[in-house]
Design a protein around this ligand. Structure first.
Ligand SMILES: Cc1cc2nc3c(=O)[nH]c(=O)nc-3n(C[C@H](O)[C@H](O)[C@H](O)COP(=O)(O)O)c2cc1C
Length: 178
């Protein structure tokens, strides 16, 4: 039984990526699931001066410790202007300052990325970039899934059948490899 952490990289109270992450999480059985959101661990805007003058926020140390306690990660990230949201990049910047080559942010553990957006691209531009960046941060990248046109493909919280099958396969592949 693996300890899987789901991480929402959005601070939107009405996050559609949270909905996608919840749908994906419901497909996982036989493993322990923990849900964390970047908004649960608010951090000041990273700056070298801030780090030197104020040290590390407790929220960054807490999140580092939570990541270390888990075996695998499913991260759902929105796309903002073709990239990851600033709140997620800020979280990564703080975590990177607490990490080192032997203990990278994602601990050399398996990671699956998810993204959705109201538009047809489903955050795919950001997912492509994140897929390239995540190994720098110590992720063992296992795959990604982008869901376009969220409001046409998720009706009353339920994913339409063809997309649900796609997501089920992605989740089963990821979980089966743990
Ligand atoms: C500042 C900003 C930039 C955005 N840029 C993009 C974008 O580049 N690509 C995209 O597909 N959607 C973009 N969107 C729309 C988001 O996909 C949409 O707000 C979505 O709900 C974000 O996910 P969330 O609800 O999980 O936070 C942007 C939204 C905001 C607020």
């Amino acid at each position: 039984m693996a300890k899987i952490l789901t991480l929402l990289a959005s601070n939107n109270t009405q996050s559609i990526n949270r909905t996608l992450l919840n749908i994906a999480s419901q497909k996982i059985t036989g493993h322990t699931l923990t849900k964390v959101e970047v908004a649960d661990h608010p951090m000041p805007m990273y700056g070298i001066d801030t780090e030197e003058q104020e040290g590390f926020p407790d929220t960054a140390k807490q999140l580092r410790d939570i990541l270390a306690e888990h075996d695998a990660f499913i991260i759902a990230s929105p796309e903002h202007n073709g990239a990851m949201p600033a709140v997620f990049k800020n979280t990564i910047d703080w975590l990177s300052r607490l990490a080192n080559a032997d203990n990278p942010i994602f601990g050399k553990k398996p990671v699956l990325l998810l993204s959705t957006s109201p538009g047809p691209n489903g955050g795919a531009t950001n997912l492509k970039t994140l897929t390239q960046l995540m190994p720098w941060w110590g992720a063992d990248m296992k795959g990604s899934y982008s869901l376009g046109s969220f409001y046409d493909t998720v009706i009353d919280g339920v994913l339409t059948q063809i997309h649900d099958q796609e997501l089920t396969e992605i989740i089963n592949d990821f979980v089966g490899g743990l």
